[in-house]
Design a binder for this molecule. Structure first.
Ligand code: UDP
Length: 322
């Protein structure tokens, strides 16, 4: 039994990771400030002896230092997430992502505690050559467009983690998570699938931004978490950067249709121009597909949960949650 620190442990992916670590017999300490995470996500774990929830910020040295002093490894997931939050609170986004990661790495290096840093497919920016490979150049837009500050803050996290590996021999691994979906994801910060499902279940219009021809690949949270668990134990992953997600593409228009069909909803599907959904400065990506060769070759990872199954599980979750 090991003790794992999961920053952002009450978030969507973090809470599923806590579940998986507990199932594997480990002790789990979740640190979360509940800014985008929620107590509900880990309510089913309350009372478990091997689970602790600490409500505090990943930017608090006082909170983090004692946790890192007793952790065998850290999954660093705490971050400002969601396009809506990024656009509306850019200061908070940059500060949380950069300061939080800085502190995790600094404190982890005191005892050389293995750290898995979760970055994002956002770092590929508007790169047009798909699928995205880990060694591709990053193509970011101008500094007036809030979205790129998120990409840049995550890229800086990666630089810092890799610098700690080189200079301080910290066993750190970087993963770039592509669009991930599943139960407990909230639509509150923009994420499209829970937003569509809630709209469909409520009989409200399903809001497709732009013309709906933009495409994404949705990975199932359970598949993603399985990969994270395997990676943290791999010495040969240290200093590496890994794409994780699904490479099954769907247009957002088709996603809306599938949600409508699977919920049996009478909602109409409406296209909303970007300048109405966001501001003039918003830039969306047309396509975003991961090249999964590297993670497949290292741990045999394959996304196994198909999109229809993912949508179905999100619908069931939303129905249960009322
Ligand atoms: N999107 C949409 N309607 C919504 C929310 C999002 O059409 O209510 C689109 C968004 O413009 C993007 C895609 O769905 O093209 C995925 O958005 P999300 O914010 O989930 O993730 P992203 O890939 O943009 O980080």
């Amino acid at each position: 039994m090991k003790t794992y620190l999961v920053t952002g442990g009450a978030g969507f992916i973090g809470s599923h990771l806590c579940d998986a670590l507990l199932t594997a017999g480990h002790h789990v300490v979740a640190l979360d400030d509940l800014s985008t995470g929620s107590r509900d996500n880990v309510a089913h774990l309350a009372g478990q002896q091997r689970f602790e929830l600490i409500i505090d910020s990943v930017m608090s040295r006082d909170a983090l230092a004692p946790l890192l002093a007793r952790a065998d490894a850290v999954f660093h997931l705490a971050a400002a997430v969601g396009v809506r939050l990024i656009v509306e609170s850019p200061v908070r986004t940059i500060e949380t992502n950069v300061k939080g990661t800085e502190l995790v790495l600094e404190l982890a290096s005191v005892r050389s505690v293995p750290v898995l840093i979760t970055s994002s497919s956002e770092v590929y920016g508007k790169g047009a050559r798909v699928p995205f490979r880990e060694d591709d150049d990053l193509v970011l837009g101008n500094t007036k467009t809030g979205r790129w500050s998120y990409a840049c803050s995550k890229a800086l996290d990666e630089f810092l983690a890799l610098a700690y590996v080189r200079e301080k021999h910290l066993p750190a691994i970087v993963v770039r998570l592509f669009n991930t979906a599943g139960p407990r994801q909230t639509g509150q910060y923009g994420m499209v699938l829970p937003t569509f499902v809630r709209q469909a279940l409520a009989g409200r219009p399903i809001t497709v931004y732009g013309d709906g021809t933009q495409r994404r690949c949705f990975g199932y949270v359970g598949d993603v978490v399985g990969a994270l668990l395997q990676l943290i134990d791999r010495r040969d992953a240290i200093g590496g950067v890994f794409n994780i997600g699904s490479d099954e593409e769907v247009t957002i228009g088709e996603l809306a249709s599938r949600v409508k069909a699977l919920t049996g909803s009478a909602s109409e599907i409406v296209c909303i121009p970007y300048e109405q959904a966001w501001d003039e400065q918003f830039e969306d990506m047309q396509r975003r597909i991961p090249d999964l060769t590297r993670i497949r070759e290292l741990i045999g990872f394959r996304p196994v949960t198909r999109l229809t199954e993912i949508i179905t599980r999100v619908i069931e979750h939303e129905q249960r949650a009322g």
